[in-house]
Design a protein around this ligand. Structure first.
Ligand SMILES: C[S@@+](CC[C@H](N)C(=O)[O-])C[C@H]1O[C@@H](n2cnc3c(N)ncnc32)[C@H](O)[C@@H]1O
Length: 207
């Protein structure tokens, strides 16, 4: 299992996405600090070269990063090798990956657009079902806007509809959500993007 586009990007020297954690990861860190019982376990779906998984491991969480790119997974393992509390990394495809336990935090940044539309409802139900009661899901996704030309650098990606991501969490407490527009330079070709984010908490009593 692998993805040629990301394998090629991750084969280059340095870190394609840089070394700083994402804004979403920093938002999660801020929110979990304020919770009465802080989460202990986190799964990072689409962990890439591991920047967020490593950030969360440094904060004391037990972390598993999953990514379709075996090159990314190996690079993340090397990058984390000197940490005292190492995140684990695994090759997996978010379209089919089965979460094998209930995680305190299910996290995914920059990845969910790789879920085909027809799969999304079932996949979000799976992510939610495998979140511990009182646990958190923190996700973001590119959204389509009629005035923003579609992004073409990833042929597998399809945008979410504005508000779609929040809709999957209709029955959870919304701790933070929003939409932002910015110019991304990650692909080397600056292009405008709109992105939705949500940080939602599963009701403590739900099964
Ligand atoms: C924009 S990068 C974000 C990586 C990481 N979350 C970060 O912010 O540094 C998207 C990641 O999704 C991964 N990916 C793409 N399709 C995937 C899939 N079907 N299953 C798992 N990971 C996937 C890619 O390999 C890549 O690492």
């Amino acid at each position: 299992m692998s993805d040629a586009i990301y394998d090629e990007r991750y084969s280059r020297p340095g870190f394609y996405w840089g070394s700083k954690p994402t804004g979403l990861a920093r938002d999660v860190a801020r929110i979990v600090r304020s919770l009465p019982s802080p989460p202990r376990t986190l799964i990072d779906l689409g962990s890439g070269e591991g920047r967020d998984s490593i950030y969360f491991a440094r904060l004391g969480l037990r972390v598993l990063g999953v990514d379709i790119s075996s090159v990314g997974v190996r690079k993340a393992e090397r990058r984390a090798s000197r940490l005292r509390s190492k995140p684990r990394f695994q090759v997996g495809d978010i379209r089919t990956y089965q979460l094998s336990r209930r995680w305190d935090v299910v996290f995914s940044s920059g990845v969910l657009n790789n879920l085909p539309r027809r799969m999304r409802g079932a996949r979000f139900e799976h992510f939610k079902a495998n979140t511990a009661p009182g646990g958190i899901n923190a996700m973001n996704a590119d959204v389509e806007k009629p005035y923003i030309p579609p992004q073409t650098t990833n042929p597998h990606a399809s945008p979410f509809r504005s508000g779609e991501l929040l809709g999957y969490y209709w029955d959870w407490e919304i701790l933070d959500s929003g939409q932002g527009e910015f110019v991304s330079t990650a692909s080397g070709i600056p292009h405008r993007k709109a992105m939705d984010m949500v940080i939602a908490r599963k009701p403590p009593a739900s099964a």
